[in-house]
Design a protein around this ligand. Sequence first.
Ligand code: RIB
Length: 306
Amino acid sequence: MIDRKPVIVVIGSLNMDIVIEADRQPQMGETILGNKITFLPGGKGANQAVALARLGARTVMIGAVGNDAFGQQMIASLDREGVDTSGIKIVDGEVTGLASILLAQGDNCIVCIPGANAHCTPEDVERNLSIIEAADMILLQMEIPLDTIRYTITTAKRLGKRVILNPAPATPLPADLLEQVDYLTPNFSELQILLETNEGNVTELIKQMQVRKVDHIIVTQGDEGATFVGQDGLVGRVSSHKVNVVDTTGAGDAFNAGLAFSIAMNESLKDAVFFANATAAQAVTKYGAQNGMPNIEDVKKLLSEL
Ligand code: RIB
């Protein structure tokens, strides 16, 4: 344990989430009537930053928004949560990232338009080097350019910082990038994409990923919990919590924030995965990605009920 708030830097996306609720998902080529539309601040990076701030981390975000009303709303909502937004750039002539989210039958599907997120560059990371130097942990997702992800990871490793890469949305990654990642956190389908396969169970796929020299692999599996393996090579599992699910959007973001927070507090991998799992469980009991992020008391309460 460390006896101060951990400093965690999130380098990632900010999106305005356009959330549409419908009774079911339409078929390709079909039109259906929906029930409700809501505009909510989102983006995997910003969601993880909000969750970290609520858990009690000193959280700094590096990213980019457009010079538009959504961009201002995104920054204002992070400011309200206590996230340091000094690393967020405003890009002229570009829109803030947008995510079209369909909620139907207890699950969601998402299409993102990167907009300004595509302008989060290695130079932005370099300009904020002092922020990275001060960090206990660096947390990345994949809604910003791969060059920026690569540059951040290389820089973080040169500075001796631990890196979590949440490979969402997934794409196959080069070996030299993967082997610098300390903690890789795909869900099962992302793990399949990373390995370019449709075959194998979670344990088999984790073994294939271990060959690529990632130190710790944590696979989130929705209502089946999570499977993890550390440097000792032992595979562990945690079951999901039985909670009243309202909205699963951002569950993975809550998990990653919980994991980053707990590891930055120097907890063991197993304890960190349990904490992350409880953070995600609390998040899905509320509507909205950022809105649903729990605070530390909520997570501890759920853990104490086990
Ligand atoms: O993980 C959920 C997030 O994915 C949403 O907030 C949306 O913006 C997309 O980035």
